[in-house]
Design a protein around this ligand. Structure first.
Ligand SMILES: [Zn+2]
Ligand SMILES: [Zn+2]
Length: 341
């Protein structure tokens, strides 16, 4: 069967080729319908990231899956829409033992399509039943957003946990970056009743206004202070700047990645005085555990009903697996690969 594979560490090695289609008895056979592509896939294809399964020299890509169950069994019925949890337990840390591989303390976890575990960029995949999450049929192809949404929901859950360590009534939020993640965070914060300002380098982002948020092109405009800042642009300078944009008790959450070799600057008083006297916090968030997946899928359904058609606009490019390079190069929103109709 066709799969999109890459040799981790080797730039430009991504290709579509035939791989084994074996599904074990203990697994649920899932036919892959559609697969989201993101910056992580881009980094793997550029040779900067990714680890092949032990004893193998290639990795099947793909971690944002929407699939359909092929056969009754293991608590699933043929025709059920599903997605699959990306990160799996390291089997030897406290966080993983408590069902939170998103907070793994060893780094020995595996991740579908990223780290030590083949991904979903293939026509058929066998998946452990406890790693599948049901997608309501009303959600349809929007279910392909379950993975990125679960990461955003996890980040906001942690914002509330960090901010909630002291009395706090957050109202105003800033989202930096308006790619697929920035847009999803904007919608999620609006669902939760925040006043949201979203900024990026682009002159306009109509989906931001559709979410009822204010769009500002990044520049010198003074946007005032915020209770919450979520950095989604993947820009280390913006991450440092986030500390200076917080109200008293404010929380800045970093979910973009910036691996460039560089130094960033920060006004000394911002960290040396204001962060202390203002009880501000800055933290990073990655991945999601099962409860975040379920909350994310529920949030997608609420977004779909509140803003009909908006999420469909976010899914801006839909191409067959052979056109993976176009999907990886796409910056207008979320690009997806179609594995079967
Ligand atoms: Zn992703
Ligand atoms: Zn662990």
């Amino acid at each position: 069967m066709k799969a999109l594979v890459v040799e981790p560490g080797v730039a430009g090695s991504a290709r579509v080729e035939d791989v084994d289609a074996h599904v074990a008895e203990a697994e649920v056979p899932v036919r892959v319908l559609e697969l989201g592509m993101c910056g992580t896939d881009r980094e793997i294809v550029e040779g900067l990231f990714g680890v092949a399964p032990e004893g193998e020299d290639f990795l099947v890509l793909g971690h944002e899956v929407l699939g359909v169950v092929e056969r009754d069994g293991h608590g699933f019925a043929r025709g059920d829409l599903v997605s699959g949890i990306v990160r799996r337990s390291c089997r030897h840390c406290l966080a993983c033992a408590e069902g939170s591989p998103d907070s793994c303390l060893t780094g020995d976890y595996s991740e579908r399509g990223i780290t030590r575990l083949h991904g979903y960029a293939r026509e058929l995949v066998g998946e452990a039943p406890d790693q599948l999450v049901p997608i309501p049929c009303e959600l349809g192809r929007l279910g392909v957003l379950a993975e990125p949404t679960s990461d955003c929901v996890r980040a906001i859950r942690h914002v509330r946990a960090v901010g909630g360590r002291q009395p706090w009534a957050p109202q105003r939020a800033l989202v930096t970056g308006a790619g697929a993640i920035g847009i999803l965070v904007t919608f999620l914060l609006r669902l939760e009743g925040f006043d949201v300002v979203t900024s990026s380098l682009e002159p306009a982002k109509p989906l931001v206004a559709e979410a009822g948020a204010e769009y500002v092109q990044a520049g010198d405009a003074d946007l005032g202070l915020f209770d919450v800042v979520v950095e989604c642009a993947g820009n280390a300078q913006l991450m440092a700047d986030a500390l200076g944009r917080l109200h008293r008790g404010g929380v800045a959450c970093l979910i973009g990645i910036d691996g460039r070799d560089q130094r960033v600057s920060l006004d000394g008083r911002t960290i040396g005085v204001d962060t202390v006297l203002g009880n501000r916090a800055l933290f990073g968030s990655v991945n999601a555990r099962r409860e975040d997946w379920l909350a994310g899928i529920d949030a997608l359904d609420r977004m779909r009903r509140r803003w009909p058609g908006a999420l469909e606009q976010l899914l801006g490019l839909r191409v067959p697996i052979d056109r993976f390079a176009d999907a990886l190069a796409y910056t207008g929103g979320k690009a997806t690969l179609v594995l079967s109709e």
